[in-house]
Each structure stands twice: as C-alpha cells, then as structure tokens.
Design a binder for this molecule. Sequence first.
Ligand code: S3P
Length: 438
Amino acid sequence: MTDNLQFITQPGGSLNGNVRVPGDKSISHRSIMLGSLADGITEVSGFLNGDDCLATLNAFRTMGVEIEELAEGELKIHGVGLHGLKAPIGELDMGNSGTSMRLMSGLMAGQDFAVTLTGDASLSKRPMRRVTVPLKAMGASIETTEGGTPPINIAADNKLQGIHYDLPVASAQVKSCVLLAGLYAEGQTSVTEPAPTRDHTERMLRGFGYDVTTDANRMSLQGGGSLKGINIDVPADISSAAFYMVGASIAENSDVVLEHVGMNPTRTGVIDILRLMGANIEVMNEREIGGEPVADIRIQSAQLKGINIPEELVPLAIDEFPVIFVAAACAEGKTVLTGAEELRVKESDRIQVMADGLVACGIDAQATPDGIIIQGGQLTGGEVHSHHDHRISMSFVMAGLRATGPITINDCANVNTSFPNFVKIANTAGIHVTSNET
Ligand code: S3P
C-alpha cells in the first residue's frame, strides 16, 4: 500500500446504466449502536462496510457484543441490552469518524465503566465541546483536551439527569448524542434544533420500540426504557449517490438510475439544490422500508445554471457541498453559498479545500467565512489535495468528467470511510478514473 493513494481522472466519459451505491453511513452507525444495546437479535442488511462504520462496530465488539457477518453487508447483532456492555480493554479508536465519536460520547456517558475515545489526525482536530457541554449539564464527568478536541475521557458511573438542551448549531450528531445519553438519564431529556437536521436516531429509536416525541423542532424521550431487536434494511446513501447525481448532470449523454436510495426528507437538500440549478432528476418508485423513505433516482445530463443557494437547505445537504461546488463550477453563471460555516469543521475545511482545488483546476472560486462564490467556467486538468477527506476526493473525480486534462487527486485512502470500491463502481458507470494502486 502506498502512503499517498492518488486518483487520476482522464477527460471525457459519460454515466450510464443502473448504479447501487453503498449503504447509508448514518443509518449503518445507528444500526450497530441500537442493535448492540437492544434486547435480542438485530439483523442488518445493506450495512456500509466502510472504515467509519467499522470503527463503531469494532467498538461494540470490544465491549463484548457478538456481531456476526453472515454475508457482505449482512450482520447479526446479539444485543446485550442497555446495561449489558463490558468495560473495554484500552481506548476506543473512532478512526476518522465524527459520527462515531459524538454519538458514542452520549452512550458512553451512561455506562458504569470509564472510557477514552480517540481518533485519527483529522478527527483529533475536530470540535468536541459541542457534545461535552450538554453531557456535563446532564451530570457527566467528561473531558477533552484544552482545545476542546479528542481524546474524550468519560468517567464511570455518571448519574445522568434529563435536561432540555437548545442546540446552538444545527447538528444531528449533537442532537443524537444528547438523546442517546437521555436513554440513561433520570426523567425527560429534550432538545430543540435551530433548523431541521437528519432524524435517523429518532426514527430508529422508534423502530426499536422506544418512544420519542417530535413536536415541531423539539424532540424528547424518557430515560429508563429498553430497546427490542429488529431487522434493518439500510438504503443506499444519498450522500454517496450525490456524486453520481452531479456526475450524470455535468457529463454529456448521461442517463443513470441510482437504485434504492434513502430519501429521508432531512437528507434530500442536494436534490432540491441541483433542481434549482436546472438538473434533470426524476424520483421513481417511492416506497418506505423500515421507517425510512426509499426511491430510485434517474438523472440525465443537463446544462446547469448558477444560483444563490437558499440557506434553509444547508443542513439538509450538509455533506453534499463539495460535489455541489463541482456542479457550480460547471454551471453557467455564479453560485453563491452563505450560512455554511459548519463546512469548515468537517473531515477537512471543506470551504477552503474545495476553493483551492477548484482554483487549481482553472475555476474562479472564492472562499468566504461562511461559504463560497463560484463562477462557472471551464475546468482544466490539475493537481489537487483532498486533505484526507473522502468527499473532496470523490468530488474531484466527478470534476474530471468535464476537465480538459487529467486531474490528479492526492490522499484518497479515506474514500474507504464511506464508499468502498469507489473506483470500480465509477469505472462501471463510465467514469475514466484510475488509482496509483491499480
Ligand atoms: C451525521 C451528521 C452530520 C453529517 C455527518 C453524519 C450523522 O454531522 O455531516 O456526516 O450521522 O448524524 P453534523 O451533525 O455535525 O452536521
């Protein structure tokens, strides 16, 4: 294995056929967490075998949960109940995964043993006070570094009390952390969110038979209940599908169908934004599977136009902006994003890193404190750096479809966190990309 996995795109290509992208990352994480803490068996199909979700899976195995892999993406979890975990030997390594660290903080605050959560170089720079502040308010003894970053040390035997917490940022990870700690708290725990964020935690808790109330922007639950094992069918991840939505929109003569994509309304902002830009997207075969809406999505090439992205769509498309910026680079006119400062604290500073990469490929892109201004133009070949951020790497692969020369993308190993077999699936769909390992 090389230290710098590179993806190299060649100009041209169009996307055709049916594509099934890997399972939803958010739902896969939660299926392991709730399945492990349920009474009885939970069977999961379509699980995302990416490094992030495997960090969550390994953490629960370390704490004594038996998780069998019956086939690729098919798991049988032998739940131990909310109070059945065993103290891990050593630290729990969350790898690159912010979702694992923030949701696990809430769950671990409720255990009768102490835990230390660590992460890789990127995760070790990300803000964690957003979870330690509410958990402390619930009575947890929990510490980060002085800078508010990992590792997170959580003491044993916290006597958690339910609180009401007004989320200062629209973050599903923080909301979920507080609600999951609330399972272990005395009385009621509730949160209000400043804007709708993904609600997979609430939906899945209900699926496991736990009562969660949603009243407008306020979610609440009572501590002290239990979870009952269920079967979970994980849909394809709309955040991974988004690369193909943009790729098929910008590449001439494209016509693809993305199969079995999760269409949770708190995740579909990317479709709304691309449609505002003039994309040709058809949502077909809408159905509901295991409490989550699912559909097939057909995308055909279209001439996109620049827009001012409505701020209310930002939390609903929070992970899709890197590839939306590529759409903007290929659009006629100017695209302006505001109200998206959260993008600066993702796996990389996605505003700066995308602006730098687009400029390196001949596009006029200007980072602003809370967004970006992109003037549509002609992408050229170039060399870009993903800063170990999976979504930056995959975005520039899509940019390659419209570039006049090859794009070399550095540091792509983290694509495995969310999209295993990315190059193979991309090639099958018609994208000219290779890696320096093949
Ligand atoms: C996630 C929530 C989002 C998202 C992340 C997954 C989740 O983070 O960016 O990839 O599964 O809850 P924030 O809640 O920090 O916005």
